[in-house]
Design a protein around this ligand. Structure first.
Ligand SMILES: Cc1cc2nc3c(=O)[nH]c(=O)nc-3n(C[C@H](O)[C@H](O)[C@H](O)COP(=O)(O)O)c2cc1C
Length: 353
């Protein structure tokens, strides 16, 4: 029998995938200042429709959840209409696309926001670091306001509403962004979360927000097979202080395993968590972070994952599936255009002749 590889089909949630190559969620900062995706987004995503699954850049569920310059949302009619153009283009080419729901929490600056309210977070602790604003250049992250216990259900409802909006926009499903130091990751972490109520302190309490957000998203989607989640154990990005994080992630994996999600997506960050969580979590399992074809195939063959998530290689190679098939060389990604407006570095990476 042929060993499992990137070109083996896979059933993921409600969907049969033709291969195990997944496009990673990547913020590209081409939206307008109201969070409406650029008209170029349809071309950008649909030119990658032969992936097993496309996951969009992080998309804010609410104006409160938006913190970066020129990033999209899924809460206004204009945003939903623009995303419909993207999903239609992907589906016309036979692809599947999930929207990554990303609430930034404390990783935000007022110059990038459309509302005057301070960003919200588990605790009123400013994240070290700076972010880009078009109006004022690099700025420190804003000081967030701690969510009142009574406000948390409404924030969770934002994730549910964004899920409904994603389906209205034609997405095949949604991914909860619980990685990279954004709001759900802030709740998980013992540094950013200093709460003394039911959402802070013990492991059981720190995973509560993520578990409840997922439950709300599943209910909104009407099927767990349309909902995935991304985590990044060991990643300190965005000032996440989280020593000894693995037991929290194992507890989370155990808590969500019965849900029957489309997948758990783990970004590897050097602590070997992807191996531990593979054992803890019995459902469909995606791993990303620094993979190319050979190492991806090896992980699949060893049973370390069910599909491989490619970020930078996919950013720079719209025809990544074909290049992997042919063992063709890959375009290099140009970091200088990761987050700049317009087509350059977005829709102009060459495909094979
Ligand atoms: C330009 C860029 C933007 C990114 N934006 C996001 C994002 O919005 N959401 C997310 O979960 N990860 C984001 N990531 C991380 C990727 O999803 C992925 O985990 C990471 O790039 C590692 O995979 P790679 O080595 O294949 O690039 C981003 C990465 C890049 C390069």
């Amino acid at each position: 029998m042929k060993p499992m590889d990137l070109f083996s089909p896979l059933t993921l949630g409600n969907y049969p995938l033709p291969n195990r190559i997944v496009m990673a969620p990547m913020t590209r900062s081409r939206s307008d200042y109201q969070g409406v995706p650029s008209p170029l987004a349809a071309e950008y995503y649909s030119s990658r429709s032969d992936a097993g699954l496309l996951i969009t850049e992080g998309v804010a569920p609410s104006a409160s959840g938006l913190g970066y310059a020129r990033t999209p949302g899924l809460y206004s009619p204009d945003q939903i209409a623009a995303w419909r153009g993207v999903t239609d283009a992907v589906h016309a080419k036979g692809g599947r696309i999930f929207a990554q729901i990303m609430h930034v929490g404390r990783i935000a600056h007022s110059a990038n926001r459309t509302i005057p309210d301070a960003p919200v977070a588990p605790s009123a602790i400013r994240a070290a670091g700076q972010m880009w604003t078009d109006a004022q250049g690099l700025q420190p992250n804003d000081l967030p306001r701690a969510l009142e216990l009574s406000e948390i259900p409404a924030v969770i409802e934002e994730f549910a509403q964004a899920t409904r909006n994603a389906l209205t926009a034609g997405f095949d499903g949604v991914e909860l962004h619980a990685a990279s130091g954004y709001l759900p990751n802030q709740f998980l972490s013992s540094g950013a979360n200093q709460r003394t109520d039911a959402y802070g302190g013990s492991i059981e309490n720190r995973i509560r927000f993520v578990v409840e957000a997922l439950q709300a998203m599943i209910a909104a989607a009407g099927s767990a097979g349309k909902v995935g989640i991304k985590v990044s154990p060991g990643m300190n990005f965005n000032d996440i202080q989280f020593p000894d994080s693995l037991p929290t992630y194992v507890a989370l994996a155990n808590a969500i395993a019965p849900f029957g999600l489309a997948y758990l997506h783990v970004m590897r960050a050097g602590i070997g968590a992807e191996t531990t969580l593979r054992e803890a979590y019995k459902g469909t399992y995606l791993v990303g972070g620094g993979y190319l074809k050979a190492e991806g195939n090896q992980l699949l063959e060893n049973g370390g994952a069910d599909a491989i998530v490619f970020g930078t290689p996919y950013l720079a190679n719209p025809d990544l599936v074909k290049r992997f098939q042919l063992d063709a060389p890959l375009n290099e990604a140009d970091k200088s255009t990761f987050y700049t407006p317009g087509a350059k570095g977005y829709t102009d990476y060459p495909t094979l002749a």
